[in-house]
Design a protein around this ligand. Structure first.
Ligand SMILES: Nc1nc2c(ncn2[C@@H]2O[C@@H]3COP(=O)(O)O[C@H]4[C@@H](O)[C@H](n5cnc6c(=O)[nH]c(N)nc65)O[C@@H]4COP(=O)(O)O[C@H]3[C@H]2O)c(=O)[nH]1
Length: 501
């Protein structure tokens, strides 16, 4: 209890001190420039959405026909901020470029905001066609666009509150820290806008009904209205107490996923499974991807999507990567040293790739086992390539030694195309989001062939992920005979002992 109390006090003090520091950080002049820059960025996003809506509304192809979907795919392929575009029948989504024709028209919730132009806006909503993705959506007429969540990174990395709102209604659209905005409204006042008793300097777009406001430093945190100071202090106290609780929990055996993961790694309880990678035209197995598995004592599995991010957050990523490297190379050595050029792909995080110890370990292990570096591929997600300047030297070092670098989940990030040329890679893996759309639209004119064309220019192979049906496999075999593929249709991930070539 005393620990909790002390942590809460320390948290409150830290939050207030931090608030004071951040609040005083910027002078009015820099603040104004900064606001103008943020408005310009928000304009770019709105502009791209508006242009895409207007252009897509004038497409002549029948709604959701093959040609229509193909044209929509071309549009998202060249856009910076739009992740997907779809067709509506009233309040229901019929099809989208990424998902093709939906099995059932998907209803939309009532919009958060309707612009005078007739555009309707949904902020930070679950994408109705792919609920794991959070997105802003804007519709006009029969078209709806889905904005990449990463487009708003500029509001997030501020260290102080930034939010956007509609000039006409004062309705808050989005906050940089993810605070729910449903009931937030601002009122114009001298020096900016008033939100919950506090004045925020703001700047508005000249073209769209959008303004951006940001917490300024002019009055300092302790000069703010009492409820705000008390709120920040209370939040800090809660955060302090929560951290103390979390630390207690962490120390309690079996108390946290991080603790359990650490123990499972130390005890060698994680295992690997291998999914075949095949040449699509004849189904010949050319390699495998190693995927980590963590079994629960009750027989279930903890999905890697859950514990890999925990490993990354808690500094266990390197340990996990070392574990995977040692075990996977050892288990697959018979295939990797045999005739032919069977290859093994392993997932690594950006941190792992930048860690020289991982490089050294890979060198030691491949030498020990007699595996040629060309047989090993490291896969990094497309999203991480946004840090390409930092990654480039490490990627070059691996490739120079002969190891292969693959870009995973291609199509789900947002920096992709611009940076690909600057980060040479050996293969691009098309995310299964796009594979699902294969055969549902006019694929000959869609995004998939364009990725192939781009890969051809860059001299990279293409691996298509998530092939589940014969139709998808046949389509690829005909259209892209050199493609490599991976998916349940060709084979589920299995332990090394059950893996056959
Ligand atoms: N619906 C569908 N899914 C298919 C199909 N074929 C394969 N999959 C699944 O798709 C995922 C492909 O791996 P990923 O994109 O690298 O995505 C991986 C990867 O990002 C991460 N991960 C897995 N193993 C490791 C690892 O050893 N280290 C690191 N850092 N991350 C890993 O966790 C993610 C999820 O892994 P898994 O759950 O094993 O999920 C795997 C695989 O089981 C298909 O036809 N249909």
């Amino acid at each position: 209890m005393p620990l909790l109390f002390a942590a809460a006090l320390a948290g409150a003090a830290l939050a207030l001190a931090g608030g004071e520091f951040v609040a005083r950080r910027m002078s009015d002049a820099t603040l104004e420039t900064h606001l103008t820059e943020m408005v310009a960025r928000s304009d770019e996003i709105a502009d791209e959405a508006a242009r895409m809506l207007v252009a897509a509304n004038t497409d002549m192809a029948a709604t959701c026909s093959e040609l229509d979907l193909a044209l929509l795919r071309e549009r998202i392929f060249v856009s910076r901020f739009i992740r997907d575009v779809g067709r509506l029948d009233g309040d229901r989504i019929l099809c989208t470029a990424a998902w093709g024709q939906l099995d059932l028209p998907t209803p939309l919730d009532p919009p958060d905001y309707e612009a005078p132009s007739g555009a309707r806006v949904w902020t930070a909503s679950r994408n109705p066609a792919a609920r794991r993705i959070t997105t802003d959506m804007v519709s006009l007429g029969r078209t709806i666009v889905f904005i990449s969540d990463a487009a708003y990174d500029f509001m997030r990395n501020e260290g102080r509150l930034v939010f956007s709102y509609a000039r006409s209604t004062g309705r808050v659209f989005r906050t940089g820290d993810g605070t729910p905005t449903r009931s937030l409204n601002v009122r114009p006042t001298a020096g900016g806008v008033l939100l919950e008793g506090r004045v925020y300097p703001a700047a508005c777009s000249r073209r769209f009904d959008i303004c951006i406001a940001v917490a300024s430093g002019d009055r300092g945190m302790l000069g703010q209205p009492m409820p705000v100071v008390a709120g920040v202090g209370l939040l800090g106290a809660l955060a302090g107490a929560a951290s103390a609780l979390a630390m207690t929990q962490w120390r309690r055996p079996g108390g946290s996923i991080e603790h359990d993961l650490r123990r499972a790694l130390a005890a060698g309880r994680l295992r690997l499974v291998y999914q075949p990678v095949v040449r699509v035209r004849d189904g010949v197995v050319v390699g495998a991807e190693g995927l980590i598995r963590w079994d629960r004592p009750d027989g279930g599995e903890i999905p890697p999507d859950l514990f890999v991010p925990v490993a990354e957050r808690t500094g266990l990523s390197g340990e996990l990567a070392r574990y995977v490297l040692i075990r996977a190379l050892d288990e697959m050595a018979p295939h990797l040293t045999g005739p032919g050029d069977f290859r093994l792909a392993l997932n690594v995080t950006t941190m792992d790739l930048l860690d020289p110890d991982i490089f050294d370990l890979l060198e030691t292990e491949t030498r020990r086992l007699g595996i040629a570096p060309e047989r090993i591929a490291l896969e990094i997600t497309e999203r991480s390539t946004a840090e390409y300047q930092q990654l480039a030297p490490a990627v070059a070092r691996y490739r120079h030694r002969g190891y292969r670098i693959h870009i995973d989940d291609f199509g789900t990030g947002y920096s992709s195309l611009a940076h690909l040329g600057e980060l040479p890679v050996d293969a691009i893996k098309i995310d299964r989001l796009f594979t699902r759309a294969i055969g549902t639209g006019a694929i000959s004119a869609s995004i998939v062939p364009q990725i192939f064309a781009l890969a051809g220019l860059l001299g990279a192979e293409v691996i298509v992920e998530g092939i589940e049906t014969e139709a998808q496999a046949c389509h690829l075999a005909v259209e892209h005979p050199d493609a490599l593929g991976q998916g349940w249709f060709f084979g589920r991930p299995v332990p090394a002992r059950d893996f056959t070539i």
